[in-house]
Design a protein around this ligand. Structure first.
Ligand code: SF4
Length: 332
């Protein structure tokens, strides 16, 4: 008998799990982590492939159908193609995607493709070398562009570019990124800057809003027409250029929150389950996984976590409290 869907107290069904496989990263985006003295979790605290696979199998039994592998930077996790292969082989998984900063794609795009990965989001805020250096504190833009070209050549089915929209910084990049994507068959996802950075740099004045991005692109390239997305629960609102060349997505967590349709859960690299990117509390799955707890005890914990899920983030309210974990230790 099929398990009851993972439904929270607001009636939202959860079928999307984001799995962070490491909190480590090979670049240092200023809106995510400090340049130095970054505290990473000790390796023994990180879930191993068996533990991740076991958790995912249990979650699939409860209705999870979509997986996204994230980090930190997932490609720094050794033997990642092996994990991708194991996750692809789990019956019931309908969609598997990965988010990366692309620096290691020249080396890993092919093994990941052979392992079964077909959907990839590459984080790239700018095509300008100096601004890339300013944002990431690493001179690695060539590898990211080489990685994108290789993914296209290999035949990844959907290649998206995730661009974080920080105001008074990336305005000059919005249009060039869209042009680049149109020319190469990629889709840009412009992501409003969120209060998840390790140094509490965020404030509302630093958010380049979705409406401003739409206005810029419509003025400079072609008018943008909203496209009804097949899955209204997906975080991005989609637009098609009126001239028919390409689409963009807007992930407007600040100006157009989409929490009422949220279907996502997150497993951190050190084995904690979070019902929301901004959750203050989380459940420790690792202890159960490592204490020999039976599957149904872990399933019960997942159900409890979802049952206790709040209605959504409170960025726009005076009650907002930044989560105790920065972005790199949660995963996108
Ligand atoms: S902020 Fe939390 S509740 Fe809202 S869409 Fe994101 S994960 Fe879901």
């Amino acid at each position: 008998m099929a398990a009851l869907p993972l439904t929270d107290s607001f009636g939202r069904v959860h079928d999307n799990l984001r799995v962070s496989v490491t909190d480590r990263c090979n670049i240092r985006c200023f809106y995510c982590m400090p340049e130095t003295d970054v505290h990473f979790v000790e390796r023994r605290e990180i879930l191993d492939f068996e533990e991740i696979e076991r958790f995912v199998r249990i979650a699939v039994g409860l209705g999870i159908r979509k997986l996204r592998v994230t980090g930190g930077e997932p490609l720094v996790r050794r033997d990642l193609p092996t994990l991708i292969q194991r996750l692809c082989a789990i019956p019931g998984i309908q969609d598997l995607a990965l988010t990366t900063n692309g620096v290691l794609l020249p080396k890993l795009a092919e093994p990941l493709y052979r392992a079964g990965l077909r959907r990839i989001n590459v984080h790239l805020d700018t095509l300008d070398r100096q601004r890339f250096l300013q944002i990431t504190r690493r001179d690695e833009i060539d590898k990211v562009l080489e990685g994108l070209a290789l993914c296209r050549q290999l035949g990844y089915s959907k290649i998206k570019i995730n661009a974080v929209a920080v105001k008074n910084l990336v305005e000059p990049d919005i249009v060039p990124l869209a042009r680049f994507a149109r020319e190469n068959g990629f889709e840009v996802r412009y992501i409003e800057f969120m209060p998840l950075d390790a140094q509490s740099l965020w404030d509302r004045s630093k958010v380049l809003l979705a409406d401003d991005i739409v206005a810029m692109l419509s003025r400079e390239i072609s008018p943008l027409v909203p496209v009804p997305d097949p899955d209204p629960r997906a975080p991005a609102s989609e637009y098609q250029f009126a001239d028919g060349v390409g689409r963009i997505g807007l992930i407007a967590s600040v100006s157009r929150p989409f929490c009422l349709n949220c279907n996502r859960l997150r497993l951190t690299a050190d084995g904690h389950l979070r019902y929301c990117l901004f959750a203050i509390e989380e459940d420790n799955v690792k202890t159960l996984l490592r204490s020999g707890a039976p599957d149904d005890e872990i399933a019960a914990l997942i159900r409890r976590n979802v049952a206790g899920k709040w209605i959504g983030h409170e960025i726009n309210s005076t009650r907002f409290v930044a989560p105790p974990r920065p972005m790199y230790s949660i995963g996108g």
